[in-house]
Design a protein around this ligand. Structure first.
Ligand SMILES: [Zn+2]
Length: 279
């Protein structure tokens, strides 16, 4: 069966690592690289509205500091009702940075989870690492805290299969997917090149037709429907950008792909056991 999850990294606008700091900044606009959150807030509201219209439950990886800023204007409990709330770190730290002590990374995860709980009333059970930078140490910290899954890796679609796999620490990995486009070039299930005008929805529908079994994790950034790496988009461009996301999701539904939250997919996988390829 073909299943999918639509996931959104809710992080600071156009986030970039800042030299000498663990917290990320935003790509400079008018010379200022301090973190910004308004595009992320607007994009989040637009994406939730789209998913609600399509009756698709999404998974939202909240970066806690960004969520705190968004919550000044939006009630996240109300907005994300029916969707999954997961964690994307505290201030968009690279948790594979060698300068962190093990306990220090654990503290970041705990503070992020506490912040997300306070804002949404829910304890995150899934994690996506900022910059998708995850390693064994991070997985172990997540497993020790009772997380269900990580969704930071990218796996190739092989033999028409993509999906969940068990990590040595007991955590489940729900990887993003890499396949090929119509010209045989690699394409990734993270939609950002579409928001940057480098890909069309058809490219992703081609990708979505490359598996016949398993789970396809589709991802995007909340801010990326409102702002690109280079500039803030005009109103008409924002609408066109959102229409592209809609085209991918409607196309997936037309292919008969079933959407659920990552948490639901992982829980179902645990109860049913992993499909055995030799059978
Ligand atoms: Zn991020």
């Amino acid at each position: 069966m073909r299943r999918a999850a639509f996931t959104v990294d809710v992080d600071r606008d156009v986030n970039v690592p800042m030299p000498g700091r663990t917290a990320a900044g935003s790509s400079p606009r008018d010379g200022d690289a301090s973190p910004r959150f308004s595009s992320s807030a607007r994009g989040l509201a637009l994406l939730v509205e789209l998913l609600d219209n399509l009756d698709i439950k999404g998974t939202f990886f909240l970066e806690a500091e960004t969520a705190q800023h968004i919550a000044m204007d939006l009630d996240l409990r109300d907005l994300l009702r029916g969707h999954e709330v997961a964690s994307h770190g505290l201030s968009h730290e690279d948790l594979t940075w060698e300068g962190y002590a093990y306990e220090g990374k654990g503290d970041i995860l705990d503070r992020a989870a506490e912040g997300i709980l306070a804002l949404t009333g829910r304890i995150p059970r899934g994690f996506r690492a900022p910059y998708q930078h995850a390693d064994g140490s991070l997985h172990k910290l997540l497993a020790e805290r009772g997380y269900l899954y990580d969704s930071s890796a990218t796996d190739d679609i092989e033999g028409g299969k993509i999906g969940l796999r068990a990590l040595p620490c007991g955590l489940t990995e729900a990887p993003l997917a890499r396949g090929v486009d119509a010209r045989g070039k690699p394409i990734h299930s993270y939609l950002w090149p579409m928001h940057e005008g480098k890909r069309r929805p058809e490219d992703y529908l081609h990708l979505l037709d490359q598996y016949d079994d398993g789970l396809m994790v589709i991802a995007t950034h909340s801010w990326h429907v409102v702002e690109t790496f280079a500039r803030r988009l005009g109103e008409r461009e924002v609408r066109a950008n959102l229409d592209d996301v809609r085209a991918v999701l409607e196309g997936a539904l037309d292919l008969g792909i079933e959407f659920a939250t990552l948490e639901e997919h992982v829980e179902a996988g645990k109860h049913q056991g992993r499909p055995e390829r030799s059978r």
